[in-house]
Design a protein around this ligand. Structure first.
Ligand code: SF4
Ligand code: SF4
Length: 292
């Protein structure tokens, strides 16, 4: 039996840092004097599968699992995961969702139809249950701060507004658990997220017309360790790691912009952007294999 406990659910896909975020939440709650239980599932994490974590806290907690319809807050690191897990939130609870969209791996060979089936990003979707919805573009905010890796701290900042513990516990947990050297940027990201008072409707949504042409692939070779995750998951076989362990682009024209590689890279070393202008022949950047 758990006495006076509350629950929170974090959900995303492999590579998004859901587990680290969950550890930060649990650490902050323990610093605030709560009994905390946490559990996580990340079996398909490296293939873009769903990753989620339950956290319960209170005077005494015996089970880490949050019963359906009882969570105070759902923190979704990707929009489809918000829709998938919203049933766990109690009526009147809160949903904090990043509006980032990530193509499910199984849908990559059917890009056009996936774009039609992806759940529409709509801040009013949960209104009938009186949920407090915060849609945030955490990735863009973190990029503006100078490090896309801080996106999850933006989300945690918004989540913190719905959990009644002192800010100092959040900041101490972040400083304790994020990678060394990133403490300041993560704390700045957290404070920005905390200031999100109103639901924001996203500026971008999946293109209903489907595949709009080859996208630009950019590899940061300083960060890339040649782990081969991105090339193995790419459904169009655009990437390969050569015999020297260097990631190269072998078929830029086939890139559909699904962003699976970007989402799953553990080192944020690959970036996909909008379709480039037609035919740039003899491009020097393309010639050195790092930017197309
Ligand atoms: S870009 Fe990322 S996923 Fe791909 S090989 Fe480099 S480190 Fe691994
Ligand atoms: S290289 Fe292009 S097609 Fe391949 S996973 Fe990345 S975004 Fe998708």
């Amino acid at each position: 039996m758990s006495e006076g406990s509350q629950g929170l659910l974090l959900a995303g896909v492999g590579g998004q840092g859901v587990i680290l975020a969950s550890m930060i939440v649990a650490d902050a709650l323990m610093r605030a004097g709560h009994d905390v239980k946490q559990s996580e599932v990340h079996g398909m994490a490296q293939r873009g599968g769903s990753v989620f974590s339950h956290i319960r806290w209170g005077e005494r907690v015996d089970s880490p699992l949050v019963p359906l319809g009882s969570a105070e807050v759902l923190a979704a690191f990707e929009w489809a995961e918000a829709v998938r897990w919203v049933e766990y939130v109690r009526d009147g609870g809160a949903v904090v969702a990043d509006v980032r969209t990530i193509v499910p791996p199984g849908a990559c060979n059917d890009h056009r139809s996936w774009l039609r089936r992806y759940p529409g990003i709509d801040g009013e979707l949960f209104d009938s249950r009186h949920l407090k919805t915060r849609l945030i573009d955490a990735t863009a905010t973190a990029e503006e701060l100078g490090n896309v890796r801080a996106a999850n701290s933006v989300i945690l900042g918004t989540v913190a507004a719905f959990i009644d513990i002192d800010n100092k516990h959040w900041e101490a947990a972040i400083a304790h658990l994020v990678p060394k050297g990133t403490e300041e940027i993560n704390l700045a990201a957290f404070r920005i997220g905390r200031d999100v008072a109103e639901a924001r409707v996203p500026q971008t949504a999946p293109d209903p017309e489907g595949f709009s042409g080859p996208h630009q692939i950019e590899i940061n070779h300083v960060w890339c360790k040649g782990c081969d995750i991105c090339s193995r998951v790419c459904p169009e076989y655009c990437l390969a790691v050569d015999v020297d362990g260097k990631l190269t682009i072998i078929d830029a024209e086939a890139c559909t912009g699904c962003k699976l590689c970007e989402a799953l890279c553990p080192d944020f070393a690959i970036e996909i952007s909008a379709p480039r202008e037609p035919a740039v022949v003899g491009n020097q950047a393309a010639a050195d294999g790092s930017t197309l």
